[in-house]
Write a protein that binds this ligand. Sequence first.
Ligand SMILES: O=c1nc[nH]c2c1ncn2[C@H]1C[C@H](O)[C@@H](COP(=O)(O)OP(=O)(O)OP(=O)(O)O)O1
Ligand SMILES: [Mg+2]
Length: 218
Amino acid sequence: MRKLEPGRLIIASHNQGKIREIAALLGPYGIEPVSAAELDLPEPEETGNTFIDNAELKARASADLSGLPALADDSGLCVDALDGQPGIYSARWAELPWSERAVDPAADAGEVKVERDFSYAMQRVHDELLAKGPEAGRDAHFVCALSVCWPDGHIESFEGRVDGTLVWPPRGDRGFGYDPMFQPIGRKETFGEMDPGEKHGMSHRADAFRKLVEALIG
Ligand SMILES: O=c1nc[nH]c2c1ncn2[C@H]1C[C@H](O)[C@@H](COP(=O)(O)OP(=O)(O)OP(=O)(O)O)O1
Ligand SMILES: [Mg+2]
């Protein structure tokens, strides 16, 4: 297996929450993360049918354009009672219908980087669970696929997972995405309430990272 050398690594993501977590996870390894957003690399369309397919296509697009190795993350929340939805559509569930979008001229003009608001997506998960009736379970898990692609096209991918249960109403504002409604097994806090360092120790991203580090760095 090819090793990842110290130096610059493109983080092929436009999600500030993820970029922050990946930078923290890479911290100890002498790797300098540079985000795709910073380099104005385009956000490819996620046409894959699996987390790994999408992570690979994002990593490949950034490596091709930058000439540097690139790491992409494709992740999502899978709810058992919803047959694994939203799954690979987790980010897309947060896209508000145009009619309901608040107008923010600064954000529209690309002047500020705003983190996407997931209150609508969390509400949709909750509503779809309610529609399943009182017997519907609250079990869910997050999945994270990480792919590293080198400029010559060589690619390595890893998948991680964390199991938990969904709570309502959402609690905490320390994470991103669906964190406020996800309570990992054995814990009283949601990912949104947890100290970020603690989430990094137990998340789906941390699980995938352990595998990546063991194979490509350690
Ligand atoms: O730790 C997490 N805590 C909460 N929510 C999370 C997490 N990890 C993924 N998620 C949810 C929200 C995210 O938006 C979506 C991933 O979708 P995904 O396409 O992989 O990422 P994205 O479109 O936000 O950024 P990008 O593709 O540029 O990396 O799943
Ligand atoms: Mg995406």
